[in-house]
Design a protein around this ligand. Sequence first.
Ligand SMILES: Nc1ncnc2c1ncn2[C@@H]1O[C@H](COP(=O)(O)OP(=O)(O)OP(=O)(O)O)[C@@H](O)[C@H]1O
Ligand SMILES: [Mg+2]
Length: 246
Amino acid sequence: MEPVTVKGISKCFGTITAVEPLTFSIRKGEVLGLIGENGAGKTTTMRMMATILKPSTGEIRINGYCVQKEAMAVRTQIGILFGGDVGMYNRLTARENIAFFGTLYGLAGMELNKRIDDLADMLEMGAFIDRRVGPFSRGMKQKVAIARTLVHDPQVILLDEPTTGLDVSAAVIFRQLITTMRQAGKTILFSSHNMGEIEKLCDRVAIMHKGKLLFHGTIPALRAKSSIHDLDDLFVHLVTGGKPIE
Ligand SMILES: Nc1ncnc2c1ncn2[C@@H]1O[C@H](COP(=O)(O)OP(=O)(O)OP(=O)(O)O)[C@@H](O)[C@H]1O
Ligand SMILES: [Mg+2]
């Protein structure tokens, strides 16, 4: 069974249907890119996968565990990062913030410190890992948030707009990290509004529009659907046409 399977999940908020019944899967060692306009339902979908929101219908399984019925087990399997303002303890250092999350997953002592040092190396945070996060720039905080997401070395990684706020070099570092994790056999879902980044990083993409899945497949398969070369233009063409494509 694939590490992530989403079958017919939907979400209604009162009379608003944020996500229509949606089915897709993610393989081991795969990076799936989730794209769609503002309000398409990406964050809502990821929140359901992360056990934060209860789906109105359908079933999600993460490494075989049912998100609805085995939420605690699912939480040990996943690392999650949500977009927007990342909540952090401003009076604590970056290391302490990351360590706090690590302890929630049962990590401690040398093992935890080593893991934080490795992440700080990978994300080039060495210069500020032991400084208080209060005055950090947005990108520095985003790096801390990414490290916090990965501290327990999760098998399945859900990242909602992880590169928002990162500068060009930080985005490159982030891409290297994703590539390393993919090679280590992790299963990764990430949302982005940057089509160039999606093309560089993702094995397959899922395009959502108004709560529906318009496309799930490789970028070459997406490109084969139209003669439009520019991916941004192709995306707009697809969502304004509104018709599902195979
Ligand atoms: N808690 C909530 N209560 C009511 N409506 C909600 C709630 N959360 C999300 N929605 C609605 O669900 C729809 C999908 O929102 P969602 O945040 O999933 O979109 P998104 O694809 O992540 O957009 P963006 O690219 O702007 O982050 C929107 O219409 C939003 O207003
Ligand atoms: Mg969102």
